[in-house]
Design a protein around this ligand. Structure first.
Ligand SMILES: [Zn+2]
Length: 267
């Protein structure tokens, strides 16, 4: 009996290895053709490097801290709790790695927990009243005030942008006309190699990482689909959690740079 077992063992083993080998060649081939197809939809994304610094009213690109203020009444207040909204993001358009322009983009979000403005005013949907996204001009020194806010986030200056290729989320394939039925093994390879999928972290530009479904807002005048300007992951650079590890998107209308929206979703 032992001899039989040994014999079977010996004949079986190489056969299985050969099957695995050809399987992995097939997966590799499918992976390559998938990436080749998705390369046509590749976009540039830029990951921020941040450095904690003292809070200063300045026009620098930053996450948290003090915004640039045109006057003493310029820090947006939440209509629900009447407090100043937290600065989530300030982008100095002159400091962007691409499409440099004049001015600032600022994103404010009410983080008051009593009352819970986020849920009272449905801040997960774009154009909520407890969120302010705006493009403003820099005109002289910033005003400085003492904000009324429960817990101010420490300011993190954006010191560098790192370029990465970014790819559309599979949820978006249909809308983009991508005919692709992603195989599980191929998907695993894409995740492992960090190629072919949208980056999940904080980033400028690129493709949104959708948690539920495709949720681009539309320009409230022209009804054109908005585009990703900045993505916030929960607790990446921002000391904030969107629901249960959600992801937020600041989007901008291609028709009007003043039409900005912010929304988030979690699973
Ligand atoms: Zn509020």
């Amino acid at each position: 009996m032992n001899i039989f077992k040994k014999l079977f063992g010996k004949t079986d083993k190489p056969k299985i290895e050969v099957e695995n080998y050809s399987d992995s060649i097939d997966i590799e081939k499918e992976y390559e053709s998938t990436i080749k197809l998705l390369d046509k939809f590749k976009k540039k994304a830029f990951l921020p490097t941040t450095k904690e610094s003292g809070n200063t009213f300045s026009e620098k690109s930053k996450i948290g801290g003090f915004p640039y203020l045109r006057n003493e009444n310029d820090w947006p207040k939440c209509p629900n709790c009447k407090k100043n909204m937290q600065l989530f993001l300030q982008l100095n358009l002159q400091e962007l790695p691409e499409d440099k322009k004049q001015g600032l983009i600022q994103l404010f979000y009410c983080t008051t927990s009593e009352p819970l403005c986020e849920s009272d005013l449905e801040a997960f949907f774009p154009f909520s009243k407890s969120v302010e996204c705006r493009k403003i001009e820099i005109n002289g020194e910033s005003a400085s005030i003492k904000p009324q806010i429960d817990e101010l986030f420490n300011e993190k200056l954006i010191t560098e942008w790192t370029f990465k290729d970014d790819y559309p989320h599979p949820e978006e394939y249909d809308q983009l006309g991508i005919e692709l039925d992603l195989d599980d093994d191929v998907y695993e390879l894409m995740e492992e190699r960090g190629i072919g999928l949208p980056i999940e972290k904080d980033k400028l530009y690129g493709w949104p990482y959708w948690i539920q479904s495709v949720e681009y807002p539309f320009d409230r005048k022209t009804e054109k689909q908005m585009e990703l300007l900045f993505q916030f992951d929960s607790e990446d650079n921002l000391p904030y959690m969107f629901g249960d590890a959600g992801i937020g998107h600041l989007t901008q209308s291609p028709d009007n740079e003043n039409e900005l929206g912010f929304g988030w979703a979690c699973s």
